[in-house]
Design a protein around this ligand. Structure first.
Ligand code: TPP
Length: 671
């Protein structure tokens, strides 16, 4: 069919094969400009899938851009949500949105989120980003269509690495069982994933035999041959009595020589020079208004900057990191501390590290980097968080020290039952790394921001939970958890660089909080503070206490600085790096000594706030005593695309928000 007027049933626009080829090429160009403007995103997979997108959105699918919710439209599901820019360009070319607006990709409040969100953009069928879920949604839609006697097709786009997720095969089985001939799945078989070749990370082939055995019709095409693609789609529509999968052989990074077949271009974007070179290769130098598009993106960003700044609490001057002399601080991602510890301690023959196809960026690859003798203890599991979690329990049962990690949200939610039953119930010695925690993956958007993981992890009996405040503390915490602590353990760290506020001599004792006090002016922000174990700290009757964990500790320190300089308040900052078991004594003493407690967490409010308030509620010495409390954290909402530091402002978890809350509470204390 093609792009149709849903009211008259007439085709509005159809493309010939030659026009589709040209459109696909142009779409690659827009994709690259958009990625360049965003500064983050996925070049490789958006280029490999682009011919499929052109065929589907401009020729094969039956849909009406003027009526995106037309009940009879074909549905197109992007299970591979990271290829969102290709989806957006497809929608732009088909007329669902203005193509020039796609350059606001991954920017705050943009309709073009890092991963697709159907509530933001007409034409997007469902939200995705956590791999492996789309085919199950397709099964639900296909069965619903059957119940309603509807004839539309449900297309589902997936990657080949994505086939490693067990859920894909549950859905494949369901579609085969119910003979869902209204499902047409397409797999972008570019043979690469993040950690390298699919065959090396975790072989998924032979996909044709696998899908056939699940009761599917399998079609195989050259995914860059428009004639073959269109023909396969047309054939797929005619197959009766079973679901169809099109295996499209593609090249990751297709069309740009320096990106083709290079794993490193999976999650990378071209800079300005690379963009120019790429557009030249595609023959698009004269055909895309690059400057105008980049200017549009810049203007949009400037507008967002103004909006965010207007919303921030105001103080006498700018206290932001590295603004002015007293706020100078070194920044380093906490994830580096994890990698450092694995590199240093990985010689212990009991340690095995389980890879989940995100090894470089979460630094678990430091375990084997430059140490080939450790490769036998590096177990690549593919994109299979659930199975890897239970496998870790198996390793632990046999006396190994398993370590596994991925994005904190996929490492705590996707596999929660496996953590609960396979690991915690059996009380196994497994170290789970919740990497890229909090808002530190900013532009990836809500699907990738872990803002709920600590609820789940703390709620599990036998589980210990540590959220270190900086890179150095992450190293110490990993050292301890890896080799000294026995039992299920979860460590959460971040992707983005955050302030380094501790050093080698700063105490770190598992389960024991530190008190941090502003003592002096110093050239380096961190040097203005003194840190000691809470158990050895003598009460100074400070005005208030801020209890924080993770990267909120530096924010709490900055709040202490704002409060001292602007209103003269003395603040006790408690670094509660170990959330579980909680240092109840330090929390209770802070309440008794200061009478004002503010919790600060980079998480939905509650992981820290309710843990602290639960501790205080249980404390008999506090019965009948006045206590003023406040909580800074995410207020029961999902995140958004934006830079990590924009998200700190947008989600109101900055030092300024803590300080504003402190001023408000201190007014009550003084009454
Ligand atoms: C559940 C889940 N685990 C991990 C990730 C991180 N991730 C994003 S893309 C990707 C690799 C996907 O490989 P493939 O399906 O082959 O896609 P392509 O190479 O075509 O981009 C991974 C591991 C994720 N988005 N969701």
């Amino acid at each position: 069919m093609a792009i149709t007027d849903s009211t008259t049933g007439k085709v509005i626009r159809d493309y010939s094969i030659e026009q589709l080829k040209d459109a696909a090429n142009l779409m690659r160009g827009y994709d690259l400009v958009t990625l360049c403007a965003a500064g983050s995103g996925h070049a490789g997979g958006t280029l490999s899938i682009m011919d499929i997108v052109a065929a589907l959105y401009l020729h094969v699918a039956h849909h009406d851009p003027k009526n995106p919710n037309w009940p009879d439209r074909d549905r197109i599901l992007w299970s591979a949500g990271h290829k969102a820019p290709a989806l957006y360009v497809g929608l732009g070319f088909a007329g669902f949105c203005e193509i020039n607006d796609v350059v606001t990709l991954r920017k705050l409040h943009s309709r073009f989120q890092g991963h697709p969100h159907w509530l933001k953009l007409p034409g997007v069928e469902v939200s995705s980003g956590s791999l492996g879920q789309g085919l199950s949604i397709a099964v639900g839609m296909a069965l619903a269509a059957r119940l309603d006697g509807k004839k539309q097709k449900i297309f589902c786009l997936m990657g080949d690495g994505e086939q490693q997720e067990g859920q894909v095969w549950e859905a494949a089985m369901e579609a085969g069982h119910y003979k869902l001939d209204n499902i047409i799945a397409v797999i972008d078989v570019n043979r690469l994933q993040i950690d390298g070749w699919v065959k090396d990370v975790m072989e998924v082939q032979p996909l044709d035999a696998k899908y056939t055995s699940f009761g599917w019709e399998v079609l195989r095409v050259d995914g860059h041959n428009m004639e073959q693609l269109v023909e396969a789609f047309e054939k797929a529509k005619t197959i009766v009595g079973k679901p169809v999968v099109i295996l499209a052989d593609t090249i990751k990074g297709k069309g740009v020589s320096f990106m083709e077949n290079v794993a490193g271009w999976h999650g990378k974007t071209p800079n300005r020079e690379e963009l120019t070179a790429a557009l030249k290769e595609l023959g698009l130098t004269e055909r895309i208004p690059v400057e105008q598009l980049l200017h549009h993106a810049k203007n949009y960003q400037a507008e967002m900057d103004r909006e965010l700044d207007a919303k921030m609490p105001k103080f006498s001057r700018n206290f932001w990191w590295n603004a002015g002399d007293e706020m100078k601080v070194k920044m380093e991602p906490t994830r580096k501390g994890f990698g450092k510890s694995l590199a240093e301690n990985g010689g212990d023959e009991r340690i095995v590290c389980l890879g989940l196809d995100i090894s470089g960026s979460i630094t678990i690859s430091e375990f084997y980097a430059g140490k080939p003798e450790r490769m036998k203890r590096w177990i690549s599991m593919g994109i299979a968080e659930q199975s890897a979690t239970s496998a870790a329990a198996g390793f632990a049962k046999e006396g190994k020290l398993p370590v596994l990690g991925s994005y904190a949200t996929f490492m705590s939610a996707r596999n929660l039952d496996q953590i609960r039953v396979s690991i915690c119930y059996g009380n196994f010695n497994v170290l789970i790394a919740g990497a890229h925690g909090g808002v530190s993956v900013g532009p990836d958007g809500a699907t990738h921001q872990a803002l709920e993981d600590l609820f789940a992890m703390q709620g599990l009996p036998n589980m210990s939970v540590v959220v270190p405040c900086d890179v150095e503390e992450t190293r110490k915490a990993t050292d301890y958890l890896l080799l000294q602590h026995v039992g299920p353990k979860y460590i959460r760290f971040a992707r983005e660089a955050t302030p380094v506020v501790t050093h080698q001599e700063t105490p770190f004792v598992f389960g024991k909080a530190n008190v941090i006090r502003l003592r002096r002016d110093a050239a380096n922000f961190a040097d203005a503070f003194e840190t000691r174990l809470a158990s050895g700290y003598k009460n100074e009757s400070e005005d208030l206490s801020i209890i924080a964990c993770g990267p909120m500790v530096p924010e709490a320190m900055r709040a202490a600085c704002i409060l001292k300089r602007d209103v003269g308040y003395e603040t006790r900052v408690l670094n509660l790096h170990t959330l579980k078991p909680i240092d109840a004594e330090a929390v209770i003493r802070a309440a008794q000594d200061t009478g004002v407690i503010i919790t600060a967490e980079e998480h939905q409010i509650g992981a820290l706030a309710w843990r602290v308030s639960g501790t205080l509620t249980e404390c008999k010495q506090l019965y009948g005593k006045p206590l003023i409390t406040g909580a800074i954290g995410v207020k029961d909402r999902f995140g958004d695309s934006g830079s990590p530091w924009e998200m700190v402002k947008e989600l109101e978890v900055s030092a300024e928000h803590i300080a504003q809350k402190a001023v408000e509470l201190m007014k009550i204390k003084k009454k």
